[in-house]
Design a protein around this ligand. Sequence first.
Ligand code: C2E
Ligand code: MG
Ligand code: MG
Ligand code: MG
Length: 289
Amino acid sequence: RAKEAGKNRYAFYAARMDAQAQRRLALQAALRRAVDRRELTLAYQPKIALADGRVTGVEALARWVHPEWGAISPGEFIPLAEDVGLIAELGRWVLSQALADAAAWHQRGLGPLRVAVNLSVSQFADGELLANVRRALHDSGAPPSLLELELTESMVMRDPEEAARLLQALRALGVQVSIDDFGTGHSSLAYLKRLPLDAVKLDRSFVQDLPDAPKDAAIATGVIALAQQLRLEVVAEGVETQAQRDFLRQAGCDQAQGYFFSRPLPAAALVEWLQAYRREGAGVEREAV
Ligand code: C2E
Ligand code: MG
Ligand code: MG
Ligand code: MG
């Protein structure tokens, strides 16, 4: 009996693995077509200066809506794109689309609205980044000061000396650089001192239980103080409530983004949100989802 049950369990497990592997294979093929057919879009989430409520910029977030399967999250398709060698192409597309939108907003006088683009691991390491950024800036006509690049701790820690050189070159173009999901990776504080950075983004995991969780409050306050001392901007991620916003503002956090202000929006909806936000002030925040 026990043997039988074990066998069944194995069969069940194998079937599930099989289903996962099949989903992966199907997604890979679909992603190839998606990149070719431009099924991908960008959503933009505003970043807010906590001192005065001003919109400082937006983060570009990739979206994929498959015609049959619906929305697939970037948490799933970005790693997939890395694995199947599509990330370079996808990364170039994100950069050029984000800059085209930023240039258009700039021309319409909606700015200055800096657009932050997330980089993937291989995009940061493949030796093409500087040339790609330069070309994308040139093609879009957007001033370099409208571009920010978000990277993670693991990307810069892999080869900190090389990373520092690359960041320096990007900053020499006039592009801003920030560390995403700060506090979740393996970074050495020693490198914070040496890397040419503009901002750190306090990870959502330290924000979600504010203001009541004492340990998260301590981490958030500590990161903000550290960043201030190092002359870095701090951007809090995943702010969903007024209490979180108030705590962060009180603690001296410079900027925040999250559902409390707005979900990531398609470009056209972002423009409407911006106009309403500026017309009605911070009161529009809650309705903006
Ligand atoms: P991230 O860069 O840390 O982006 C923040 C994520 O938090 C986004 O998820 C955003 O939609 C979500 N978010 C924003 N505010 C809130 C909030 O108040 N509450 C909650 N629960 N979530 C919030 P998303 O869009 O699913 O993206 C997930 C990750 O995928 C991103 O994390 C980023 O690492 C990656 N990603 C997204 N777009 C791109 C891209 O174009 N290129 C690369 N390389 N990675 C991307
Ligand atoms: Mg990001
Ligand atoms: Mg993040
Ligand atoms: Mg994150």
